[in-house]
Every structure is written in C-alpha cells, then in structure tokens.
Design a binder for this molecule. Structure first.
Ligand code: HEC
Length: 200
C-alpha cells in the first residue's frame, strides 16, 4: 500500500493555497489603504496643493543624509495667492496636460517615464532658470516655444514645440512647483536645487 505523508497530500496543498491566497488578499487591502494615506495631497510627505503659494527650497537632513523639501515664506505663483481648491484645479490642469502631451515619452516624472530629456520631478528647482524671481517667466517662455528657448544641457537633444497654450503652461508650472514639494527620499539622486536654505 502506498501511504502519502500529510504534507505531500493533494488535500493539504489545496487548503494551503486557499488560505494563503485569502491571507494575501487581506494584506494587499491593508497595504493599499496604507499607501493611499501616504501618497494623498495634504499628508506628511505630499504637501497640500496650496504649497505652491510658498517658496520651496531644500535643506540637507543630516540624520537621513539627503536633501528634504522645506515650504518657506509666501511666494505666490504668478503673484496670486490661491485657495486650496484653486491650487488643486491648477495643478490638476498641469498634470492632465503632461499626460495629454505625453511628456513622459521623453522625461521622467516621479520615477515614471523616459530619460531622453531631463528628469522633471525637481525641474522647478533647476538652477538653469537663473534666479527664483525670473523662473516663472523663463519657464513660461520655454514651454510656449521650446526650440527658441532651448538650453540643450550640452546635448543636441531639443524639446519640440508641443503647441502648449498659456493656460496649459500655467498648469504645468504649478504642477512642477507642487511636485518639487514632495519628499521623494532624495530622488532623483544628486539634483542641485536652485537655492539652498538661507539663499534667495
Ligand atoms: C520629444 C521629447 C520631449 C517631449 C515630448 C517633451 N520634452 Fe521637455 N525637454 C526635452 C528635451 C530634449 C529637453 C532639454 C533640451 C532643451 O532645452 O530643449 C527638455 C526640457 C524640458 C524642461 C526644462 C528642464 C529643466 O530641468 O529645467 C522642461 C520644464 C520640460 N522640458 C517640460 C516638458 C513638458 C511639461 C512636456 C510635456 C508637455 C515636455 N517637456 C515634453 C524633450 C521633450
């Protein structure tokens, strides 16, 4: 007679599969809610949309050994303080535009996309915009006509004219500014912010 050990029986493995699947479904649900609570705007690492009303800079955090975003004094985008709802609508407009125009076909946004062109996650802080005062205007000019305002970054790659309207460009700029407030654990690595703590 052939006897099968309990752990080798079909019945045991059938039950084990069902229990493990059920358990992992519960784990997945818990992790989903846990992630949502950490990636929603207005939480510790992802500031509220109205953060675009303030100056954004980075400070080296010694214990984490990486630069972390700081939301500073009021510095309204396009000179106008926005309510939370207005700020959300503007950032949303920018986010939708980046999706509609497929910016991620060339750029990376929060880890998604391509590396043909510079990472946009912290593009708001790129020192190439000159000073903080001129940044909004230069960004606007660049987005409306990239070939004429190209910087190239030492490569021959150029951003094409994507037919971005002024309203869409405002949204994109708000989206880029808001994205720079997100604590991304120092990602992208070694980016150089436009201004450090204390400078203007
Ligand atoms: C066909 C590829 C391509 C697409 C699509 C594209 N870009 Fe670019 N972009 C580039 C290249 C190349 C550069 C850098 C060279 C230059 O200055 O033209 C650049 C530069 C930029 C910069 C300056 C980056 C910095 O660090 O200061 C911004 C901002 C930008 N793009 C935003 C966008 C947005 C927003 C979209 C979508 C609406 C977009 N790009 C779509 C190729 C692209």
């Amino acid at each position: 007679m052939i006897t099968t050990a309990w752990w080798a029986s079909e019945d045991f493995w059938r039950k084990a599969t069902i229990w493990i699947t059920a358990f992992m479904v519960v784990v997945l649900i818990v992790l989903t809610y846990d992630s949502l609570s950490q990636i929603s705007a207005g939480t510790e690492r992802v500031p509220a949309y109205s953060a675009i009303n303030n100056r954004i800079y980075y400070r080296q955090d010694k214990s984490r050994n990486m630069p972390v975003p700081v939301i500073g004094d009021p510095a309204p985008l396009f000179g106008k303080i926005l309510s939370e709802t207005e700020a959300e609508a503007l950032v949303e407009k920018g986010k939708i535009t980046t999706q509609a125009k497929n910016c991620m076909g060339c750029h990376t946004i929060l880890g998604n996309g391509a590396y043909f062109a510079p990472d946009l996650t912290k593009a708001w802080l790129d020192p190439a915009w000159g000073s903080e005062g001129t940044r909004e205007q230069l960004m606007m000019r660049f987005l409306l006509d990239p070939p004429a305002n190209s910087r190239g970054y030492g490569s021959k790659r150029r951003m094409p004219n994507l037919g971005i309207t002024e309203e869409e460009a405002r949204g994109i700029i708000a989206f880029l500014k808001w994205m720079s407030t997100i604590d991304t654990n120092g990602f992208p690595r070694n980016f150089t912010p436009i201004a450090q703590e204390g400078d203007r």
